[in-house]
Design a protein around this ligand. Structure first.
Ligand SMILES: CCC(=O)Oc1c(C)cccc1C(=O)O
Ligand SMILES: [Ca+2]
Ligand SMILES: [Zn+2]
Length: 317
């Protein structure tokens, strides 16, 4: 593509205005951000399931149509998530070598899912009742991109306990990214796109996983074959741990002294990229997080003590 970097503007899924980098060419304006790594590219799936689809092209660099909204948010939030990993963790895209960030929106027909395919992000439009367009939630976009970071680091196998940790890491960095940009932050996942008609609910709660029927203690873990061995269920154990580690609290009689989001981010990033392996289970997650916190803050630090407390509070030793 030959052209120049310009700034486009448009409306997101929630009706909010935002600006983002686009590429001005003789054909018009592409949703291609040439300022981040090897580029952020947003495609139109045209409600088919062929990916990536068509690189998004707009005539006047104003993305105000309702059909544009999912693309505006996928493009903007992928850029924000790139910035979070770059500026906070010094990681240049998911491969730490500036890999292209590719998203396809309008994937499928009323598709109630989002995902990382192994090489790109895909976002359904939702059916309008259970879900709105999935890219409309920053925590969802950052969740999907964190799957890519995980695949290029610990590469946690996506089943059973390693899969639950994989899922929890995506929820953790989805939430930390939402707080980093102060984007109506909370410890809920997908609240912005879940059941548009019901305010206040979410896909999952990290503060209280039991609200979605997920375990908040290792003794209550799901042992079965559904959901790849409960990867979106047993993620509640790691999510509750992270919530307590950041905010503090007493859980099943165990007191945790909170250390704040920034330190949780540093410990979890080092745990994910230096110590976890494809077959790590929750016990190894505990040992890895203690090692990461020890590297960062010292063996006798309050941070290391808090990590031990947080894992003990969810019954992981
Ligand atoms: C919070 C984002 C999320 O959970 O996305 C998924 C959905 C909505 C369905 C199936 C899988 C995923 C995933 O990315 O794990
Ligand atoms: Ca959230
Ligand atoms: Zn996931």
């Amino acid at each position: 593509l030959s052209g120049t970097v310009v700034t486009g503007s448009g409306t997101g899924v929630l009706g909010d205005s935002k600006t983002f980098k686009t590429f001005s060419t003789a054909d018009g304006y592409y949703l291609y951000d040439a300022t981040r790594g090897k580029g952020v590219y947003t495609y139109d799936g045209r409600n088919q399931t062929r990916i990536p689809g068509t690189l998004w092209l707009d005539a006047d660099n104003r993305f105000g149509a309702s059909y544009d909204r999912a693309a505006v948010d996928a493009h903007t939030y992928a850029a924000w998530t790139y910035d979070y990993f770059r500026n906070v963790h010094n990681r240049n895209s998911y491969d730490n070598a500036g890999a292209e960030l590719v998203s396809t929106v309008h994937y499928g027909r009323s598709y109630n899912n989002a995902g990382w395919t192994g090489s790109q992000m895909i976002y359904g439009d939702g059916d309008g009742y259970n879900f709105r367009a999935f890219s409309g939630s920053l925590d969802v976009v950052a969740h999907e991109l964190t799957h890519a970071v995980t695949d290029f680091s610990a590469d946690l196998i996506y089943q059973n306990e390693s899969g639950a940790i994989n899922e929890s890491m995506s929820d953790i960095f989805g939430t930390l990214t939402e707080y980093h940009f102060n984007n109506n932050p909370d410890w809920l996942m997908g609240e912005d796109i879940y059941t548009p008609g019901t305010p206040g609910d979410a896909l999952r709660s990290m503060a209280d996983p039991t609200l979605a029927g997920d375990p908040d203690h290792y003794s209550k873990r799901y042992i079965g074959t559904q959901d790849n061995g409960g990867v979106h269920i047993n993620s509640g154990i790691g999510n509750k741990m992270a919530y307590l580690l950041a905010n503090g609290g007493t859980h099943y009689g165990v007191k945790v002294n909170g250390i704040g989001n920034t330190k949780v981010g540093k410990i979890m990033y080092r745990t994910l990229t230096q110590y976890l392996t494809p077959t790590s289970n929750y016990s190894h997650f505990r040992a890895s997080a203690i090692r990461a916190a020890t590297d960062l803050y010292g063996a006798s630090s309050a941070e290391v003590a808090a990590v031990k407390q947080a894992f003990s509070a969810v019954g992981v030793y």
